[in-house]
Design a protein around this ligand. Structure first.
Ligand code: ADP
Ligand code: MG
Length: 255
C-alpha cells in the first residue's frame, strides 16, 4: 500500500462509494461501460436515464448483488470483496431500497425492521425494537408496527422499507426508483422521507425520474445512456442546460 493510500483511508476525503473503470456484460450486451463515479460523504447523487441504460445494474454492482467483469468498487476506500464475511459486513453497510418494497410478507412491520439489527448487528430484542420504533415513527408509520405489510398502503410499505434499511445504520443509502410502483398520491410521502434523510446528511444514490426531488436535494445529477455516464452536473445545469442531444431528448420525453 502506498503512503497516499494510507493518508486517504485515515482522512475524511475518501469517497463513501467509488467505482473505477467498471465494466460488465450480460452475454453480448455491454451493460456497464467504463463507469467512473465517486460519491462523497453527505452527497446525494441522482441517477437518471432511459429504461435499459444500466442504472439498476450499476446500483446492484455497488452492493455486489451483481458481479463485474473488470474495474474496482471501493467502499470508504476498501475494495468490495468477492464473497465471504467481509462482503456480508460491507453489504450491511449499504442500505438498498427497490421499486418493489421487498418486505417479508409474513413478518410484522416491527419484525421486518428488527430482523437485520438482531441477526447481523447482534442487538438484543429490546434494543432492536427501541431503534425500530424510533425509525418507524420518524418515517410516519409507527402506528403500523404490529401489522403485516399487506395491511399497509404502498407508500407506507416503502417508508417501512426505508426504516428497515436505516436500522442497519448504513454508510450510504441506495434507492432504485423507489416511487415508480406507487400510486401518484403516495409518491410525495416517500419523497418527503428521502428529502429529510438528505437534509440530515445521509450519503445517497437515487435512481429516479422525479425532477422536483432532484432539483431540491441532488448534489449532482448523473445521466446514463447505453451503459455509460454521458453527462454529469448540478441539477440546474442538467435540467436547464443539458449538454448532449441524448440528454435533451430524454428530458423532452419525460417532461
Ligand atoms: P435500467 O435500470 O436503466 O432500466 P437495467 O440495469 O435494469 O437498466 O438493465 C440494463 C440492460 O441489461 C437492459 O437491456 C436489461 O434488459 C439488461 N439486463 C438486466 N438484468 C439482466 C440479467 N440479469 N440478464 C441479462 N440481461 C439483463
Ligand atoms: Mg432500473
Amino acid at each position: 500500500m502506498s503512503k497516499t493510500d494510507t493518508v486517504e483511508k485515515s482522512g475524511r476525503d475518501v469517497p463513501v462509494i467509488e467505482l473505477r473503470h467498471v465494466d460488465k456484460h450480460y452475454g453480448n450486451l455491454h451493460v456497464l461501460r467504463d463507469i467512473n463515479l465517486k460519491v462523497e460523504k453527505g452527497e446525494v447523487v441522482v441517477v437518471i436515464g432511459p429504461s435499459g441504460s444500466g442504472k439498476s445494474t450499476m446500483c446492484r454492482t455497488i452492493n455486489r448483488l451483481e458481479t463485474i467483469d473488470s474495474g474496482e468498487i471501493l467502499i470508504e476506500g476498501e475494495p468490495l470483496p468477492q464473497e465471504g464475511r467481509d462482503l456480508t459486513r460491507m453489504r450491511a453497510e449499504l442500505g438498498m431500497v427497490f421499486q418493489q418494497f421487498n418486505l417479508f410478507a409474513h413478518l410484522s412491520i416491527l419484525d421486518n425492521v428488527t430482523l437485520g439489527p438482531r441477526e447481523v448487528l447482534g442487538l438484543s430484542k429490546e434494543e432492536a425494537e427501541a431503534r425500530a420504533m424510533e425509525l418507524l415513527e420518524r418515517v410516519g408509520v409507527g402506528e403500523q408496527a404490529n401489522k403485516v405489510p399487506a395491511q399497509l398502503s404502498g407508500g407506507q410499505q416503502q417508508r417501512a422499507a426505508i426504516a428497515r434499511s436505516l436500522a442497519m445504520r448504513p454508510k450510504a443509502m441506495m434507492f432504485d426508483e423507489p416511487t415508480s410502483a406507487l400510486d401518484p398520491e403516495m409518491i410525495n410521502e416517500v419523497l418527503d422521507v428521502m428529502v429529510e434523510l438528505a437534509r440530515g446528511g445521509m450519503t445517497m444514490v437515487v435512481v429516479t425520474h422525479e425532477m422536483g426531488f432532484a432539483r431540491r436535494v441532488a448534489s449532482r445529477v448523473i445521466f446514463m445512456a447505453e451503459g455509460q455516464i454521458v453527462e454529469e452536473g448540478s441539477p440546474d445545469e442538467f435540467f436547464d442546460h443539458p449538454k448532449t442531444q441524448r440528454a435533451r431528448d430524454f428530458l423532452d420525453s419525460i417532461r
